[in-house]
Ligand binder design. Structure first.
Ligand SMILES: Nc1ncnc2c1ncn2[C@@H]1O[C@H](COP(=O)(O)OP(=O)(O)OP(=O)(O)O)[C@@H](O)[C@H]1O
Ligand SMILES: O=P(O)(O)OC[C@H]1O[C@](O)(CO)[C@@H](O)[C@@H]1O
Ligand SMILES: [Mg+2]
Length: 540
């Protein structure tokens, strides 16, 4: 038997053998006697022929797929997908969508697929777009969204709804939700946005409203924890190749050519790391997580000189958040923040380019030719590529299925290749970062053959950080087996991943031959009793 404890955002179910379900809230947790309806998908011609379409109420997804014989089964998340019963009559649904934070490829695809998913799967036709981020709830007009209006938007970059930073006024937002009679809120945005969504959910629950709050994680930096990767990340890495190629062509065409490319990544260097690994033309990748220094033995200047002597040219990729400590040492400290409270960074690409030029000119060592390319906004303003489009579609549909099924206070996300509902508190508790003592960073170092720039002290600090409980518990980008494997997975596991080919999945598929038909491998079973997952009882 299982035991459970819960508060408004933490709903944990313990099972035997160390099984833990970190469940998401449901309307029935705080609203009694709710009416349910059969899922309209049962009579949808596209789905009714699929025998195993509905997700079983006990389906959960493990956060760790690499486990040891006697190890605990660990944390699980509720599997996303359609449920047999829904908690809304389609005609009564009044949904809204808002996009917040910076741009990211795929925003329009997610908007499109929420609108189309609601309409085509559930017959919901009242969907509003909130104009210009959170503040749009109370200070702007709304946009009526229909399948026709959103039909072509996935081919465009940006967000047709507009976005903003700052302006999160919880009571005004919830007042507006209440006044407009909105009962499903789809919130697309990064870590800040999900924090904002969590407080909206709290207020909605405090007021006892039957309003589903569903988050769709968006971040070009890939800095959201738990999930395999964020949508638009692949597209960004792919687009970064164009800038790196240009830098390489420029650099190799001239004596002692140096190409410097700045990529996004405020606190997390994933774009820089994956763009470097993908390119093979990069000689040195600098990210926020890995400290470096310029002068002296083992420093960047020494490495540049060596590489130029060996190859006659080189390419440096630098994430925007790298080396900020060095910048503040040498320039006047800037303590400006954006409207959301994020620290505004100084242009590290420009700074490092000046430093390199200055160093070689000052020492009169060798004439260098440096070209600095800053493609940052070009990379995030483009439409998503094909694989991200599919990923965005599945995220949007998962969010719609979850809200219709009465879940709330959740973020949708891919965990080990399976779509899940993750409680907000798990998404907002920390940021996902490159772990420099992990295998993936080691792969990068051996691919570029650059120095690690780590002093023994830096190395100790990295080790200590890696052992901090928030990192180790996750199995996410940490240095134990799970973490190492997981960091390794994202680029290959990117899609739905229901058909991913790691051992666990292969074994699982073998054992469940009846689940093979449906792309989601979903299992159809009669749900009885309470809704699919009220979190109070879990049978192992
Ligand atoms: N702790 C918080 N509580 C309430 N609202 C928040 C909080 N943090 C951020 N927000 C709101 O969320 C919105 C987006 O936040 P932010 O600008 O940090 O971008 P983000 O969602 O993190 O996306 P990204 O950083 O990837 O561009 C803003 O409107 C901001 O006011
Ligand atoms: O200039 P903006 O719009 O504030 O966005 C810049 C920031 O947004 C991000 O792309 C995250 O969305 C960061 O990498 C970057 O620092
Ligand atoms: Mg953010």
């Amino acid at each position: 038997m299982a035991s459970s404890d819960s508060d408004s955002q933490l709903k944990i179910v313990h099972g035997e053998a160390g099984y833990i379900l970190e469940d998401v809230p449901h309307f029935s947790d705080y609203i009694p006697n709710l009416r349910t309806f059969p899922n309209p998908l049962r009579s949808n011609p596209a789905y009714s022929v699929v025998k195993q379409y509905f997700v079983h109420m006990d389906d959960t997804v493990p956060q760790k797929v690499v486990v040891h014989k006697d190890g605990p089964r660990g944390v699980h998340f509720r599997r996303a997908g359609p449920r047999q019963k829904v908690y809304f009559n389609s005609d009564d649904v009044h949904a809204c969508i808002v996009t917040c934070g910076g741009l990211c490829p795929g925003l329009n695809t997610v908007i499109r697929e929420i609108v189309c998913g609601l309409s085509y799967m559930y017959g919901v036709n009242k969907v509003l777009g909130i104009d210009g981020g959170y503040r749009g709830f109370y200070s702007k007009n709304t946009i009526t969204l229909t399948p026709k209006v959103v039909n072509d938007i996935h081919k465009r970059g940006g967000t047709i709804l507009g976005t903003s930073r700052g302006g999160h006024d919880t009571s005004k937002i919830v007042d507006s939700i209440q006044d407009r009679g909105i009962n499903q809120v789809y919130i697309i945005g990064g870590d800040g946005t999900q924090r904002g969504a969590a407080v909206i959910y709290e207020e909605v629950r405090r007021r006892g409203l039957k309003v589903a709050i569903a988050g769709i994680p968006k971040t070009i930096d890939n800095d959201i924890p738990v999930i395999d990767k964020s949508f638009g990340f692949d597209t960004a890495v792919e687009e970064a190749q164009r800038a790196i190629n240009a830098a390489h062509v420029e650099a190799e065409s001239i004596e002692n050519g140096i190409g410097v490319v700045k990529l996004m990544g405020r606190y997390s260097g994933f774009i820089a790391m994956y763009a470097t690994l993908a390119s093979r033309d990069v000689d040195c990748c600098l990210i926020p997580e890995s400290p470096f220094y310029l002068e002296g033995k083992g420093g960047l200047f020494e490495f540049i000189e060596k590489r130029l002597k060996e190859n006659g040219h080189m390419v440096i990729v630098i994430a925007e958040g790298a080396g900020q400590d060095l910048l503040t040492e040498s320039m006047q400290a800037m303590d400006e923040k954006d409207a959301s409270g994020n620290k505004l960074l100084q242009d590290v690409g420009l700074w490092i380019s000046h430093k390199i030029k200055d160093h070689f000119a000052r020492k009169n060592k060798m004439a260098i030719n440096l070209k600095y390319i800053d493609p940052t906004y070009m990379i995030r303003a483009i439409p998503s590529n094909a694989s991200d489009n599919v990923y965005c579609t599945l995220l949007a549909q998962s969010a719609v299925h979850g809200a219709m099924a009465g879940y709330t206070g959740f973020t949708v996300g891919l965990v080990n290749g399976r779509h899940t509902y993750i409680p907000f508190n798990r998404i907002i508790e920390r940021q996902n970062k490159v772990v420099i003592t992990d295998r993936m960073w080691a792969r990068l170092l051996s691919s570029t053959n650059q120095p690690s720039f780590l002093s023994p002290k830096d190395y100790d600090e990295a080790k200590k950080a890696e052992q901090a409980p928030t990192q180790l518990l996750e199995g996410d980008n940490c240095n134990d087996v799970d973490g190492a494997e997981k960091t390794e997975e994202p680029p290959t596991q990117l899609l739905d991943g229901d058909n991913c080919n790691d051992v666990d999945e292969a074994e699982k598929t073998e054992q469940l031959p009846t689940q093979l038909l449906e792309g989601d491998n979903l299992k159809y079973e009669q749900e009885s009793g309470s809704h699919a997952g009220n979190g109070t009882k879990t049978e192992n």
